[in-house]
Design a protein around this ligand. Structure first.
Ligand SMILES: [Zn+2]
Length: 146
C-alpha cells in the first residue's frame, strides 16, 4: 500500500511543521527577557545608557518612574543590572512594577530606593519627600520592606 504510506508520511510532516512553528512563536513571546550588566552612563542631553563589559554601549528606554531613576545623577557610573528586551535599537527596561533595575554593590543585587529620614518615608523615584519636601536620599537596599 504505497499510497497509504505516502499519505501518512505527508500528514506527519505537516504536523511536525505545525509543532515547529508553534514552539517558535511561543519562544519569541514567552518573555524574551534578557539581563544586562554594565555601568550606567549619563550624558547630558542624551538618554541614559549602559556601558557593557565588551566595550559597547546600549541606550536604555523605560517607563517614566524607571527613567527618573536612570537619570538620577547620583547613580551615574554605578554598576547596574537591568532586565528587559531589545527593541528598535534600544534596551527597554521592564516597567517599574516588575522591578527590572538593580544596582550592584559588593557582589549584591540591590533595589534602588529613596529615603526621607525626617518622615521615615520610602519612595522608588528620586525627588522631594511628599511629606516634608526635603530631597530624599538614595538608599539602595537588599529588600523592599522597611
Ligand atoms: Zn520627609
Amino acid at each position: 500500500m504505497p499510497r497509504y504510506n505516502e499519505g501518512v508520511t505527508r500528514g506527519q510532516f505537516s504536523f511536525l511543521l505545525l509543532l515547529a512553528s508553534t514552539s517558535a512563536r511561543a519562544g519569541a513571546s514567552a518573555d524574551g527577557l534578557q539581563e544586562l550588566h554594565g555601568t550606567l552612563t549619563q550624558v547630558k542631553g542624551q538618554p541614559p545608557a549602559l556601558a557593557l563589559k565588551d566595550g559597547s554601549t546600549v541606550r536604555l528606554a523605560a517607563d517614566e518612574p524607571t527613567t527618573s531613576v536612570l537619570n538620577d545623577p547620583r547613580l551615574n557610573g554605578f554598576p547596574l543590572e537591568v532586565s528587559g528586551h531589545y527593541s528598535a535599537g534600544v534596551f527597554r527596561v521592564e516597567p517599574m512594577h516588575k522591578r527590572g533595575l538593580f544596582v550592584e554593590k559588593d557582589g549584591k543585587k540591590l533595589y534602588v530606593t529613596y529615603w526621607c529620614d525626617v518622615c521615615a518615608i520610602r519612595t522608588y523615584t528620586p525627588g522631594k519627600c511628599v511629606c516634608c519636601q526635603q530631597e530624599t536620599a538614595l538608599d539602595p537596599r537588599e529588600k523592599l520592606d522597611n
